[in-house]
Every structure is written in structure tokens, then in C-alpha cells.
Design a protein around this ligand. Structure first.
Ligand SMILES: [Zn+2]
Ligand SMILES: [Zn+2]
Length: 274
């Protein structure tokens, strides 16, 4: 719901600690792609970008976003986002998809270079996106300023400009949704359970980001204690809790967490080996 939560005057919603201000969760992964790691299927658009740094060993910035929630625009402004190379969707709930339309200006820039932005989504998520954003995705859509994006199936593994994104199935209540692993990090949001088979995809992590809504049980979100249990089992060097409700104050909750587990906060930036 975001913190402050509308209509609430609890101590966390009225806190002056900037870490108690929480926009809806998402992740941006930004890396420099060296020319040598470029895939062979360079399209016109990528060529066009490359002309800005044609020296041998030149690098290109690549940006992948996981989920575009209702606060995507504000987050993108904060992070000075100028491009998006791909979006991965975890699932189709409003707090994870309602910023899709704000991809428009970035997609227009890509389109001028002959590209559309790929949106990787499960068939369930795709169906919801097609319904809600009918004016974008319908073959009959005539809205001229629609986002220049395209839906792509979410496979077990997807390579984006040399970086592999591994789909990590997790449960969100009755729904199976997608978490993602990239290099030595993983992002699992809206988790209520982790299927046994998914733990094998989470070995050898430096950073695990996993959701923990509050202390009180919830039908489709993990509690802090559940998330700490997964953190211990998965054994990432550092675990960050996200998708945090207003029951959890940043400082007081962090004081209670074991070593190696901390609440994430808006704007948290981590260095990850890909
Ligand atoms: Zn959800
Ligand atoms: Zn959510």
C-alpha cells in the first residue's frame, strides 16, 4: 500500500525517518555491457546506440526493471532513468503493474531507434496486462501514443544483453508467481511460500531480496519470521527484506533482526556480481 498508508496516523506512517517512507516495490538492474559480450543478434537500434561509443572495449549502459508499480515514474525520476532495455513482471497485481504506461516516453526513445521494449510476463500476467492495457496491446488499438512495448513469454531463463535472468517460482497465496535470480543476487517479492525445487535456484547468493510484510500472518505474504527462516536456509551473504507494510518501523525492526538480515529501504543500491 505504500508508507505512509492512506488514512493512517500510526507511528511509522507519521515517522520522520526517510527510511520509513516506502513507495511500492520494484528493482532496477543497471550494468555496463562491453562490446565483446554483446550477442550476435544486434538489431538496428542497438547499432544506433553503439555509435556513441565505437572504440574497442566501449561499454553501453543496460537497464532492466523488475515490475513497474504505481510509483514507477517517481522512482525512475529519482534514479534518473533514461532507458529501459527490458521489464520482467513478477505477477499482475496492481502494485506491480500500474506504472506500465509510464514506460511510454522511454519506449518512444527506443522506438526512434527501431526498438520496442520487451516485457517478459507469464501467460497469466500477460492476460491481465492485455486486458487492462487493451489500448496498448490489442491488434486493433488505434491509440497513437501507446507505449512501444511488446509482451514476451517468461521462460525459465532469459538472456538480456548477456545477463541471464532465471525465473524462480514462488507462491503468493494460491498464485504461483515469478521471482528472479541474476548473477549472485535474487529478488523474490510477494512470497508466501517457496517451493522446495526453487531453493536449488538460490544457492551461492551474495544478496537475497525477499518480501516480509509484517509480523502478523497474512494469507499471501510472508511474515518477518518466515523470511528470516528462508534467509537462514538460503544463506545469502546478505538478505534484504522488502514489500514492507506500516507495521514495521525501519530502525526498531532492524535492531531485532539477526546478522545478515536487514530491512531494505527506498533507493537502496547494491553492487551485484553478474
Ligand atoms: Zn501481489
Ligand atoms: Zn505486492
Amino acid at each position: 500500500m505504500g508508507v505512509p498508508t492512506l488514512g493512517c496516523d500510526c507511528p511509522v506512517c507519521t515517522s520522520t525517518d526517510p527510511n520509513d517512507k516506502r513507495l511500492r516495490p520494484s528493482v532496477m538492474l543497471r550494468w555496463r555491457e562491453t562490446q565483446s559480450s554483446r550477442s550476435g543478434e544486434a538489431s538496428e537500434g542497438r547499432e544506433a546506440v553503439r555509435t556513441t561509443g565505437q572504440e574497442a572495449g566501449a561499454t553501453l549502459e543496460r537497464v532492466v526493471v523488475i515490475d513497474t508499480g504505481p510509483d514507477f515514474r517517481e522512482q525512475a525520476l529519482r534514479e534518473k532513468l533514461t532507458r529501459v532495455d527490458a521489464v520482467f513482471y513478477t505477477h499482475s497485481h496492481a502494485d506491480h503493474i500500474f506504472g506500465l504506461d509510464d514506460l511510454r516516453p522511454l519506449s518512444f526513445a527506443a522506438y526512434r531507434q527501431g526498438e520496442t521494449i520487451p516485457l517478459y510476463a507469464s501467460s497469466e500476467t500477460r492476460a491481465v496486462l492485455e486486458r487492462i492495457y487493451e489500448y496498448t496491446f490489442s491488434p486493433d488499438a488505434t491509440y497513437p501514443n501507446r507505449a512501444r512495448v511488446r509482451l514476451e513469454p517468461l521462460e525459465e531463463r532469459t538472456s538480456v544483453h548477456g545477463v541471464e535472468f532465471v525465473r524462480v517460482p514462488v507462491m503468493h497465496g494460491d498464485l504461483e508467481i515469478a521471482g528472479f535470480r541474476f548473477g549472485r543476487a535474487a529478488y523474490l517479492t510477494d512470497v508466501s511460500d517457496i517451493p522446495e525445487a526453487s531453493f536449488a535456484l538460490l544457492e551461492g547468493l551474495d544478496h537475497l531480496v525477499v518480501s516480509a510484510l509484517r509480523y502478523k500472518p497474512h494469507p499471501s505474504h510472508a511474515t518477518v519470521d518466515q523470511a528470516v527462516g528462508w534467509a537462514r536456509r538460503i544463506g545469502a551473504k546478505q538478505t534484504w527484506l522488502t514489500h514492507i507494510a506500516h507495521e514495521l518501523g525501519h530502525e526498531e525492526t532492524n535492531r531485532t533482526l539477526p546478522d545478515g538480515v536487514r530491512l531494505a529501504h527506498d533507493g537502496l543500491s547494491l553492487s551485484v556480481s553478474l
